[in-house]
Design a protein around this ligand. Structure first.
Ligand code: ARG
Length: 487
């Protein structure tokens, strides 16, 4: 009895320490919260010439006239500019929760948005247009022809709102403009609503503009700032007025449009894509391995604890262990990720960076699966082993440590190996919050090259190589361990 309570206390202390230590240990990464020496810009870099990815001297950079404006603001404030690229519909929550300080993303200051954030003066005006495949141009002379059509628009944008108002239209809303263009090219949608300045960058032999225009009214872009941050708002307006009076904004638009226009015409093959963007994928591999390795390490720790809970003599702990396993296994990891990344941030102000949120989600998730694997292993060891150990005078803990666990470990090693392989693959989900892993890099390359297949085939090959090497290594370890059996 004495032993059990000591065990329990040790266990609980460990859990408390762990929950306290993990976030602070990981906090050394980018925390994304506002720092006085930094200006964190939130943007959705799929919107050339406003903001877009471009390879400059072999390195991926985010450029565009919004970025040029952001640089001027940062320079006027005397701080360093940090850019966070995310989905357009993630920008408002990111600003409200303090993950970013400022949003410059070709954003129109609508009444709805003004309820949650403040806007600067406007700095650019544009018009809505309808992108179609060239062969369909004459099909859409007016807006009326869009009724009951399959159309596309960017998620969270005013174009999405326009699309929603077209009677009977089947609207596909996606995160990135390039995905919408891909849908148009592959005939999944027949028309897309975008801004004229942006559409210009996508027009080619295949994609053109329909004569129909949903909205003759011009819409403007403004800079988003957290409500009540008047100091920053005034500084931003100050910079904008200066740029306007110096005619700088027009100049920035021209420069950005030139950068946008000089994209590669010839489509590289898969080897050329890989070679050209190898540094992207290399960064991705680094982050995928970091995510998976830390996910596995913390996952094993959580798994061991939960497993002990599930097999504990105290009913409460058993109940907690079971509840944990059932809840985590019964909900999608993507949902868990959203709760940890957005939920905790908007509700409790706990701002994890993408890396932190990713590691926490992976650990929590794999912890549940590993706990079950460990339990199966321990229960699979013949009861006689424990009885024999105890009758030799070993305590419960010693019997566990020296007799049961080594046998259990050997038995479940293949299952643990499978779990590791799974984590490497599942970590790709973390890319949706902007974690720059292999999957994310593949999307970036897709956005730059306008290729739908090669960037992902390369990602698939890399994931396969990683998991293949890992299972070979684990197979070796297994053979080594079973060799000791035969001795
Ligand atoms: N002006 C439109 C809006 O405010 C679209 C902006 C999209 N911006 C972007 N970076 N993708 O809804």
């Amino acid at each position: 009895m004495k032993l059990i309570s000591r065990y329990t206390i040790m266990l609980l202390t460990f859990v408390v320490l762990l929950t306290a230590a993990v976030p602070s240990a990981l906090a050394s990464g980018t925390t994304g919260t506002s720092d006085s020496k930094k200006l964190v810009l939130g943007t959705s870099a799929d919107f050339a010439p406003y903001e877009f990815h471009k390879v400059i001297d072999g390195k991926d950079e985010i450029v565009g006239f919004d970025i040029a404006i952001a640089k001027e603001i940062a320079a006027d404030l005397g701080v360093e500019l940090v850019i966070e690229d995310m989905g357009f519909d993630g920008l408002l929550p990111a600003l409200q929760s303090g993950r970013v300080d400022i949003v410059i993303s070709g954003m129109t200051p609508t009444e709805d948005r003004k309820k949650s954030i403040d806007f600067s003066n406007t700095y650019y005006k544009s018009k809505q247009v309808i992108m179609v495949r060239n062969e369909d141009k004459d099909k859409y002379p007016t807006m009326a022809e869009l009724e009951n059509e399959k159309i596309g628009a960017q998620k969270g944008s005013i174009q999405e709102t326009i699309g929603q108002k077209i009677p009977g239209a089947k609207l596909t809303s996606l995160d990135k403009i390039s995905d919408i263009v891909l849908q148009l090219q592959t005939k999944r949608i027949n028309a897309a609503i975008v801004e004229d300045t942006v559409a210009a960058g996508y027009l080619d032999d295949m994609i053109g503009l329909a004569p129909a225009v949903p909205d003759e009214e011009q819409v403007a872009a403004a800079i988003g700032i957290r409500k009540g941050n008047t100091e920053l708002l005034n500084a931003v307006n100050g910079t904008l007025e200066r740029l306007k009076s110096e005619n700088k904004i027009d100049q920035m638009v021209t420069e950005a449009s030139q950068l946008m226009a000089d994209r590669e015409v010839k489509s590289p093959n898969i080897f050329e894509v890989f070679w050209q963007y190898k540094s992207f994928y290399a960064t991705g591999v680094g982050y995928t391995l970091l995510l998976s390795a830390l996910g596995v390490i913390f996952g094993v720790i959580i798994g061991l604890i939960i497993c002990m809970f599930r097999m504990h003599d105290m009913a409460v702990l058993r109940w907690i262990g079971t509840a944990y396993v059932e809840v985590i296994r019964g909900t999608p990891m993507l949902v868990q990720l959203m709760i940890i990344y957005y939920g905790l941030s908007l509700t409790f102000g706990i701002n994890f960076s993408a890396l932190q949120a990713g590691i926490i989600t992976l650990s929590i998730n794999s912890g549940a699966y590993l706990a079950e694997i460990f339990r199966a292993g321990i229960q699979g060891v013949d009861r006689g082993q424990l009885e024999a150990a105890r009758s030799l005078g070993m305590g419960r803990a010693a019997a566990m440590r020296f007799i049961i666990l080594p046998q259990a470990f050997k038995a479940v090693l293949p299952a643990i190996g499978n779990e590791f392989v799974t984590i490497i693959k599942e970590s790709s989900i973390i890319s949706v919050i902007g974690m720059v892993d292999i999957m994310y890099q593949a999307s970036v390359v897709k956005n730059i090259t306008y290729q739908g297949m090669n960037p992902f085939l390369i990602a698939a090959a890399i994931y396969f190589v990683l998991t293949f090497i890992l299972s070979k290594l684990l197979g070796r370890l297994e053979r080594k361990l079973s060799a000791s059996d035969r001795r």
